[in-house]
Design a protein around this ligand. Structure first.
Ligand code: SF4
Length: 469
């Protein structure tokens, strides 16, 4: 695994200075708009992109018309998101004609695919620069070239991935933060593009993770979410004898930190040691995202998930044995090639057996270059949609019943800010990760921990009142 050296980063810092000189000529403060698609890992990457932009003298805006630089950080997991990016970038051609100095960039997983970078170069000539996931730390150099050259700058390297510790990060202020503990994936589930665009599993040094979290706590962060495509594989590539459970235990000791969450866990790598560690670490929240993807063993095998329905259900049983109140969430793919009605019924069976708090479900999306993309598929789109609707119906009922059972209960919430739907309300999350909205009160602010009693329940959220007892 390649670690980006301090010398390489110093070179980038000197490019950053040169960009600043060019972009801020005449005392101007240029503005950047960074638009992020996809998962938390991408959000976390965008924080690093913003960190580098700030270093290069940029300020930030949410308005396209105000921006001197518009950058799309893209996702390759589903075709729909890719089409949206292409549509949005295509629509910017008029803005570019109106303002020829506008810089338009695209980066992230979608651009790491060779055919996509080619498409942009050939058909989207108003795009100034493109970079993939493995060259994110070279953004200053890429931007410097984009400011100095006429043609589209393409920086996409095929590699197993790098680790870079020195990229500046710019996070939104607040009590919560994401911390990546590892990158990439070795699992090659047959439907998934991630291992091709994010490289092989590589873990950060535990000391680097611990230092980052301690620094975050000093700035007022009290809740962190540890990120990795498969956090359960943490440490396998490190020389020291450490696994994810050990890391979790060490993070749990950090003074001032109150809540730890993590995602995502691959069921095949979830050890009993990790379950036991979660149960004894008081700061690890009772929440687990455990994707099962499909209930049928035949489909699980075709997906290369390397567990059976029985093994998955046994894992859930062992998790609940240690943590009876844990909130479980999952990912499900409906309509994997040749998933029959009988196969799909197995998925419904698992839903009913586990009773997840919530489910992230998607209709299978063919990804060029993955083994599943060339699998025979005789199932019609209408049958897939029918199954998808049925899954939502079953799960909505379960989520509703689980939320209804929260009525009258009191939870400790971390106040995250104003509710998105009502300016008179604040919003926060329970230890299990459920959103609760409650009326604003004098003296209660973002970052506080308050006890709230649930007074009304919905399928997706809860309403409550501050409890003074
Ligand atoms: S574990 Fe499977 S689904 Fe998850 S990122 Fe890796 S290949 Fe994709």
């Amino acid at each position: 695994m390649k670690t980006v050296t301090s010398e390489e980063m110093n070179q980038q810092f000197s490019y950053a200075e040169q960009v600043k000189h060019l972009a801020c000529a005449g005392g101007k403060t240029p503005k950047a708009l960074v638009i992020t698609y996809g998962c938390q890992q991408n959000e976390n990457d965008s924080e690093r992109i913003r960190g580098m932009l700030a270093q290069m003298g940029y300020d930030f805006t949410e308005e396209k018309e105000e921006a001197d630089l518009i950058l799309y950080n893209t996702c390759a997991v589903r075709e729909g998101a890719e089409q949206r990016v292409l549509g949005n970038v295509g629509a910017l051609v008029h803005e570019k004609r109106r303002r020829p100095n506008l810089l338009i960039g695209i980066c992230g997983c979608m651009m790491q695919q060779e055919h996509m970078a080619k498409t942009i170069k050939q058909k989207y000539r108003h795009v100034s620069f493109v970079f993939g996931t493995h060259t994110l730390h070279k953004f200053p150099q890429i931007l410097w070239r984009a400011l100095s050259e006429e043609q589209t700058v393409i920086s996409v390297e095929q590699s197993d991935g790098v680790i870079c510790e020195e990229v500046p990060v710019r996070r939104e202020e607040g009590p919560k933060a994401w911390v990546s503990i590892m990158y990439g994936c070795n699992n090659f589930c047959t439907y998934c593009i991630v291992p091709y665009v994010r490289g092989r599993e590589r873990s950060r040094q535990p000391e680097k993770v611990l230092v980052e979290i301690r620094e975050l706590v000093k700035t007022g962060v009290t809740e962190i979410t540890l990120l990795g495509q498969n956090v359960n594989a943490y440490g396998k590539d490190l020389p020291e004898d450490i696994d994810f459970a050990d890391l979790l235990y060490q993070i749990n000791q950090i003074e001032g930190l109150k809540r730890i969450r993590f995602m995502t866990s691959h069921p095949k790598d979830m050890s009993q040691k990790l379950i036991d560690t979660m149960a004894v670490c008081d700061k690890v929240m009772p929440q687990l995202h455990l994707p099962f993807q499909a209930g049928s063993d035949r489909i699980l095998e075709k997906m290369n998930r390397r567990y059976t329905q029985e093994q998955y259900l046994d894992l859930v049983r062992r998790v609940r044995e240690k943590m009876p109140d844990i909130a479980l969430t999952t990912d499900i793919i409906v309509g994997f090639p040749n998933e029959t009605k009988e196969d799909f019924e197995e998925t419904i069976k698992v839903l009913k057996a586990v009773r997840f708090d919530s489910v992230f479900s998607f209709i299978y999306s063919k990804r060029q270059g993955t083994p599943a993309a060339v699998m025979e598929d005789a199932i019609s789109d209408s049958e897939k949609h029918e199954n998808f609707d049925r899954l939502l119906e079953v799960q909505n009922q379960i989520s509703r019943e689980i939320n209804d059972a929260c009525f009258g209960k009191t939870f400790e919430l971390l106040v995250e800010g104003e509710s998105k739907t009502d300016e008179n309300m604040l919003t926060g999350r329970t230890p299990g990760g459920k959103i609760v909205n409650f009326p604003k009160e004098e003296g209660i602010k973002t970052g506080d921990y308050v006890n709230v009693t649930v007074t009304k329940t919905n399928t997706w959220s809860l309403l409550g009142e501050i409890c003074r007892d």
